[in-house]
Design a protein around this ligand. Structure first.
Ligand code: PMP
Length: 367
């Protein structure tokens, strides 16, 4: 069946596996674009408190969290669909709007979950060629090429802004013009998983949630996994026209977002200072890592996320192996058809230093 054709999603190597395989005890993981500062202490306290209620089902409609998110985005709570992480939201979109004889459109090198949810829904993925290496956003989304693939069977277009694993982004004007041109019976999903980091890194990152009133076929997805530091609790959400949210909520499992996660997310939204610290650390460290990679002669793609995708050419596999032996986990992105590239997440200053020093030694060591 179609399921056998699915290439499984490969998560970053867990720390325990590296300890076992290589016998390294002091391991750092810069492989899954997690927040090195972790969540707000207030979110952790709220989560601990909520654990006392785990014998009860969570609020399946997440009344409080939705009300808080609705106020934050200036939309009605009926515009929100909560997910078990934003991956769940992407799967709900595919389940509700794709299916046999239907197609999704996305860019080459786009987030790996788009093909998975498309194929799992029995639909066909149309993959647009990415921008060329000489463009300002090498390997980034070519919106004109994506537009060209939209046909009669297209129901969903995925735009990751910024994209993972490349880090590249599309600017406000270009994204707006793109959405204006997409037929109204095709949904445009703007995946803003890294939105909070992105806004601090580029002046030209749109907040697509502000356009919801204008485009009834727009879905914006966000997550608590990145800048809010709650990846392990799995909370993400979609913002859309209430009619779209109604359909998404019909296919949603009633208790897909657990009570501990809801409580933590709610408290995280109230700690603006912690969020600002996470963003500021990311901006500072990302810029430093960009400079250091450049100094080593390694080209990194422009990034508006909390990670950098850099080219080590033919040596990618051995460099990755060398990093692993030294206890540093990064992510080889050959599986995204970017052979030669490794992706490193921004960690704590001392972790980034260790990554950079180890990398420096590996690439300057005589073969
Ligand atoms: N979209 C993009 C572009 C991502 O990089 C990720 C995380 N890897 C997600 C969505 C999903 O994150 P989560 O399910 O943790 O919200």
């Amino acid at each position: 069946s179609g399921v056998r054709a699915l290439a499984p999603y490969e998560p970053g190597k867990p720390i325990s596996e590296l300890r076992r395989e290589y016998g390294v005890s002091d391991v750092i993981k810069l492989a899954s674009n997690e927040s090195p500062l972790g969540p707000s202490p207030k979110a952790l306290a709220a989560a601990r408190e909520a654990v006392a209620e785990v014998h009860r089902y969570p609020d399946g409609n997440a009344f409080e969290l939705k009300a808080r998110l609705a106020a934050q985005h200036g939309v009605a709570p009926e515009c929100i669909t909560l997910g078990n992480g934003s991956n769940d939201v992407l799967a709900l979109i595919a389940q509700a709007f794709l299916g046999p004889d239907r197609e999704s459109v996305f860019s080459r090198h786009a987030f790996a979950v788009y093909p998975i949810v498309t194929q799992a829904a029995g639909a066909v993925a149309r993959v647009a060629p990415a921008l060329g290496g000489d463009s300002g956003q090498p390997h980034g989304h070519d919106l004109a090429a994506m537009q060209g693939l939209i046909g009669e069977r297209t129901r969903v277009v995925f735009v990751a802004n910024p994209n993972n694993p490349t880090g590249t982004w599309v600017g406000e004007g270009a994204l707006r013009r793109f959405i204006e041109q997409v037929p109204t019976d095709v949904l445009v999903v703007v995946d803003e998983a890294y939105f909070e980091y992105a806004r601090a890194l580029s002046d030209d990152i749109p907040d697509a949630s502000r356009w919801l009133d204008e485009f009834p076929n727009l879905i914006v997805s966000r997550t608590f996994s990145k800048a809010y530091g709650l990846a392990g609790l799995r909370v993400g959400y979609a913002l859309s026209h209430p009619d779209v949210a109604d359909l998404l909520n019909r296919v949603r499992q009633p208790f897909n977002c657990n009570g501990v996660a809801q409580a933590a997310a709610l408290a995280a939204l109230d700690d603006a200072a912690h969020l600002e610290r996470s963003i500021a650390l990311n901006t500072e460290q990302l810029r430093l890592m960009e400079q250091e990679l450049q100094r080593m002669g390694l080209a990194a793609l422009p990034s508006a996320g909390n990670f950098l995708c850099f080219d080590v050419g033919g040596g990618a596999q051995s460099v990755n192996e060398g990093l692993l032996r030294a206890g540093v986990i990064v992510r080889p992105v050959g599986g995204y058809e970017l052979p030669g590239y490794l992706r490193v997440s921004v960690g704590l200053p001392e972790e980034n230093r260790r990554f950079l020093d180890t990398l420096d030694q590996l690439i300057t060591a005589p073969a």
